[in-house]
Design a protein around this ligand. Structure first.
Ligand code: SAM
Length: 287
């Protein structure tokens, strides 16, 4: 990959935003990700259109790593998502209307530029700080604040072809997870898919003690085995505490749990990627 040439040919398309993003979609996903990581200072034209990365500290706080390491994981996820969408729906991410549910600082939203026009890209997150960082980074797309226990999504009347949530259901309480899938169900196209990531039981062996002093690992493993769902909340007093109940923490769940409890959805497949073995992708079709 010759970055200098790619930046030059991209710069030749900056006159018109629509054409610029159309050209971006002709590039491979890893190239799209790579070129957004460090747009050279002298390319003011590109820096005006492409989003800036969030500071490393924010990337680490939201995702546990930053920079190139995180980008490799992000691109691997998008390729796995694309592959599963093709396999399990027979459809493509290309030109689709896509929602990033729990979009954080917009790490994956910007990679959607590879697949679809900015007007088809949607993101929501209940934490106002997430949306503020997306705005500060200059993400082009449709962003709105959702609820921690949503009844609906903040996009009235909208049906999405695909909704994905990376590293979101790995953190939600049972109640928040059910509210989230029920809200997403109201906004999915009949032939669409919801794609979430969940943690396996083995996650509890690597769960950092520093993350949460309330957790008793052996209890989490027992809950996972008996109920199919284990959850330990993060500290009190965060915005994710709704009516005294903490909706955010660390969780794991089984496919049987999903089949038994989320009755409006059907599990149609799963995927894995080795860059993060504790995030299994689950593909869900609306019933
Ligand atoms: C670990 S971060 C992942 C962010 C993003 N999906 C990514 O992969 O970069 C988890 C995100 O979930 C959001 N979140 C917390 N509670 C949520 C809920 N009930 N519904 C949707 N998102 C939620 C947080 O604000 C945060 O941005």
């Amino acid at each position: 990959m010759d970055r200098v040439d790619i930046y030059k040919s991209l710069a030749a398309h900056t006159n018109e935003k629509g054409k610029f993003f159309k050209y971006l979609r002709t590039l491979p996903i890893d190239v799209v990700g790579d070129l957004m990581l460090n747009v050279p200072e002298h390319h003011e034209d590109l820096r005006r259109i492409l989003p800036r990365m969030a500071p490393d500290e924010i990337q680490r706080n939201w995702n546990g790593s930053s920079g190139y390491d995180l980008l490799l994981q992000s691109c691997a996820f998008m390729r796995t998502l694309e592959c599963g969408v093709n396999r399990f729906s027979g459809r493509s991410l290309d030109n689709a209307k896509i929602l990033d549910f729990g979009c954080g600082w917009g790490r994956l939203l910007r990679l959607l530029y590879k697949f679809t026009a900015p007007e088809n890209i949607y993101g929501c997150d209940p934490w106002d700080q997430s949306l503020q960082i997306c705005a500060d980074c200059g993400i082009t797309g449709n962003l709105a604040q959702s609820d921690y226990l949503p009844e609906n999504l903040p996009f009235p009347g909208m049906k999405f072809d695909f909704i994905y949530a990376y590293s979101v259901f790995t953190h939600l309480s049972e109640k928040a997870a059910l509210a989230a899938v029920s809200a997403c169900r109201k906004h999915i196209a009949d032939d669409g898919l919801l794609i979430i990531t969940v943690r396996p039981k083995s996650y509890w062996e690597v769960h950092p003690d520093s993350q949460n002093h309330l957790v008793v690992k052996s209890q989490m493993i027992k809950d996972h085995e008996r109920k199919g769902f284990a959850f330990t909340p993060h500290g009190v007093g965060t915005p994710a505490q709704v009516n005294g109940e903490i909706t955010y923490g660390d969780s794991s769940m089984t496919l049987d749990y999903i089949k038994d409890h989320w009755r409006e959805w059907q599990v149609v497949g799963t995927e894995h990627f080795l860059q993060d073995p504790y995030q299994m992708l689950v593909f869900l079709k609306p019933k």
